[in-house]
Design a protein around this ligand. Structure first.
Ligand SMILES: Cc1cc2nc3c(=O)[nH]c(=O)nc-3n(C[C@H](O)[C@H](O)[C@H](O)COP(=O)(O)OP(=O)(O)OC[C@H]3O[C@@H](n4cnc5c(N)ncnc54)[C@H](O)[C@@H]3O)c2cc1C
Length: 410
């Protein structure tokens, strides 16, 4: 076992594997460690991902694609259905993955660029000298090892400790986390061209239930509810009720419990010699809880910045600020916008959600872009859209003049 690398990446989820691959592609000597004995297992994910952003990182492969969906069906509390094309459905609709194979393939690709991969290896602490992170202590098969590096990338997921050890505040309040439970259900008999979302304060307080097809008769059926509302309601009980009602013939083949950060961006994701990516950096989408592509995008940025910093022989926060700036300009903007929508959404009554759904009846979502969609919503729900006006700024900024902006102002 080597005791020195240019970069150590902690956590072999999608964010960590892409960070490791990118750093190695740039010629750095990289170690990727994973505390579990099998990369990708157990899965804590509904496994939905948008196609375009995925393709930026990896060529789609039938070995890890369970379903290729063409859109989503969203059910309001009174069961009004809104159907949306895949492009409009957000970053979690497109393919449904088999993450056990997908995550392993991402690590395999990193390995093909020369990354050393160690499973069953848990980071237990950071080595910090003169105010800069310069390695990790790790437990591998019962033995403690000190492994030094120029940079550590913390990609250790929602329960991340790397950030805290490095002096970065990643703490989450109950209102900043969706508590999730998911079953893999057989005999579901759904149209597997769609991902399904069920909204309503009765069935999923400040959250939603999803049904994502995983192939013939199988589906990931899960629920996320806001942590601050999970005292009175238990996610697993609400999910069991839903499954009993919707899929009376369904048999449960797997159970996953997990949390998703929905806090929006945190103040800082770097320290001297340290960058955080993915769920560890709280980069998941506050509305949907989806974090796969954001983690991968951030991993790529971190891998490139690691190379620039090591080439310049400067791993200080001043240099690593490049990572901070780049991800905030891209995925950070979406996260901030979606936080505004989420904070509004969780205040909605079931009646308001129904009104929204009714206002979208008869709308052809196949020929619509996001602006058109917002317009329809605005016409039907003027007051609410005024509260969300900050979202429209992007259109004017990018010279995509929003013709109906004056209408909103009035
Ligand atoms: C129920 C549920 C459903 C979801 N559904 C979707 C969805 O459909 N689409 C979507 O885009 N997102 C979804 N998400 C979110 C998505 O799973 C995460 O955003 C994504 O996995 C984040 O990737 P990551 O690489 O940052 O972290 P992770 O995938 O969590 O990987 C972190 C890795 O670090 C390892 N690790 C942790 N600590 C250590 C340590 N000390 N030493 C070594 N290794 C360590 C962990 O074992 C893990 O393998 C869902 C989440 C949940 C809980």
């Amino acid at each position: 076992m080597k005791d020195y690398y240019d970069v150590i990446v902690v956590g072999a989820g999608p964010g960590g594997s892409i960070a490791a691959k990118t750093a190695a592609k740039n010629g750095l000597d990289v170690l990727l460690i994973e505390k579990r004995q099998e990369i990708g297992d157990p899965v804590r994910c509904a496994e939905g991902i948008g196609k375009e952003r995925l393709k930026h990182h990896i060529e789609p492969d039938p070995r890890w694609i369970c379903a290729d969906v063409k859109g989503s069906r969203i059910y309001s509390p009174d069961e009004t259905v809104v159907e949306m094309s895949e492009e409009l459905s957000g970053g979690e609709v497109g393919y449904v993955l088999e993450r056990k194979i997908f995550d392993r393939e991402l690590a395999n690709q990193a390995a093909s660029y020369g990354v050393d991969v160690m499973v069953k290896t848990r980071a237990t602490d950071l080595i910090i000298e003169n105010g800069s992170v310069c390695g990790i202590n790790a437990m591998h098969l019962g033995n403690e090892h000190a492994i030094r590096s120029r940079i550590v990338i913390g990609a250790d997921g929602v329960e991340s400790k790397i950030g805290r050890w490095g002096g970065i505040d990643t703490s989450l309040k109950p209102a900043d986390i969706e508590v999730c439970a998911q079953y893999l259900v057989s005999n579901t008999d759904i149209d597997f061209n769609y991902c399904y979302f069920y909204l309503g304060n009765e069935i999923a307080p400040s959250g939603y239930i999803w049904v994502f097809p995983k192939g013939e008769n199988l589906a990931n059926v899960g629920i996320g509810i806001l942590g601050s509302r999970s005292g009175k309601h238990r996610a697993i009980n609400l999910l069991s009720d839903f499954v009993k009602q919707k899929f009376p013939e369904g048999k449960i083949l797997e159970l996953d419990i997990g949390g998703v950060p929905v806090s929006g961006t945190i103040d800082r994701t770097i320290a001297n010699g340290l960058m955080l990516v993915g769920d560890a950096a709280r980069q998941s989408d506050p509305i949907t809880g989806g974090g796969l592509v954001n983690a991968m995008d951030a991993g790529e940025i971190a891998g490139n910045v690691a190379y620039e910093a090591i080439s310049a022989n400067d791993v200080s926060t001043k240099m690593l600020q490049r990572y901070e700036t780049r991800w905030r300009k891209t995925i950070g903007q979406d996260i901030d916008n979606d936080l505004i929508v989420k904070d509004k959404f969780i205040e909605f009554t079931d009646q308001q959600i129904n009104t929204f759904a009714h206002s979208l009846q008869g709308v052809n979502f196949k020929s619509m872009n996001l602006k058109d969609l917002l317009y329809v919503l605005f016409k039907a729900n003027k007051r609410l859209l005024w509260d969300l006006r900050v979202l429209f700024k992007g259109y004017t900024k990018q010279n995509r003049k929003c013709e109906w902006e004056s209408e909103i102002k009035s």
